[in-house]
Design a protein around this ligand. Structure first.
Ligand code: ADP
Ligand code: ADP
Ligand code: ZN
Length: 216
């Protein structure tokens, strides 16, 4: 099963992708995580991406398409993946279709996570992750069971993203509405688009996603 989680920044794509990964034995392909790893490693891609990411702009399509093409070629993707953060433009969506067709693979579902912009600002400015295992948390909505200790690994170091500021969020939301939301009709036309209410609680969103995947 190959699934796309599509939604604005802070919609809960990463949170739900990690749950789907465990339940259905799929691989999470987060282009944001891949880019942040490239920035941290100081690679050519990282150097090109950093200032664009910090400003809340998209990284050019050709770079993103070759990044995901190389990743989908890896053997671990053959059993199914969840795309989190890709595609983000119509050109990326079309390139993905070509890549999958060449491999005889297809998309099972594209899940749109709907959340209002005002809520996204709170989600993003309160977001942080475990520096050791990457588990995601939120200052108000998803606190660790013991304050300052990661539920998943016991780690005590946490980090926040450089682009998770109130100013950058506005640009990222505008970018989403202008460049990414127009992909929705593309998948609607293919009959694989399913919407969930991303404003519900984290567990309820998971339940909705399970339902739409099962019903497909
Ligand atoms: P995305 O990957 O779409 O940018 P995340 O999964 O990182 O979004 O979620 C953004 C923030 O909101 C995180 O801090 C996460 O803990 C929190 N969050 C995710 N889903 C929900 C939800 N349904 N209700 C409240 N907070 C949520
Ligand atoms: P969010 O969790 O807020 O949805 P991501 O972690 O997916 O954000 O992406 C962070 C940044 O990385 C984006 O603002 C953009 O600059 C860049 N990026 C990630 N995926 C893509 C993509 N598919 N196309 C272009 N830029 C991307
Ligand atoms: Zn951890």
């Amino acid at each position: 099963m190959n699934v796309i989680l599509l939604g604005p920044p802070g919609a809960g794509k990463g949170t739900q992708a990690k749950r789907l990964e465990k339940r259905h034995n799929l691989i999470q392909l987060s282009t944001g995580d891949m880019l942040r790893a490239a920035v941290a490693s100081g690679s050519e891609l990282g150097k090109k991406a950093k200032s664009l990411m910090d400003a809340g702009h998209l990284v050019p399509d050709d770079l993103m398409i070759s990044l995901i093409a190389d990743r989908i070629d890896q053997p671990d993707c053959a059993d199914g993946f969840i795309l989190d953060g890709f595609p983000r433009t119509t050109a990326q969506a079309e390139a993905l279709d070509e890549m999958l067709a060449e491999k005889g693979m297809k998309l099972h579902s594209v899940i749109e996570m709907k959340v209002e912009d005002e809520i996204l600002v709170d989600r993003i400015t309160g977001r942080y992750t475990c520096a050791n295992c990457g588990a995601g948390y939120h200052d108000s909505f998803q606190r660790p069971k013991v304050a300052g200790v990661c539920d998943a690994c016991g780690g005590t170091e946490f980090k926040r993203r450089a682009d998770d500021t109130a100013e950058t969020v506005r640009t990222r939301l505008a970018t989403y509405h202008a460049q990414t939301a127009p992909i929705l009709p593309y998948y609607q036309g293919k009959g694989i688009l399913k919407a969930v209410d991303g404003m519900a609680g984290i567990d309820q969103v998971t339940d909705q996603i399970e339902r739409v995947l099962g019903a497909a």
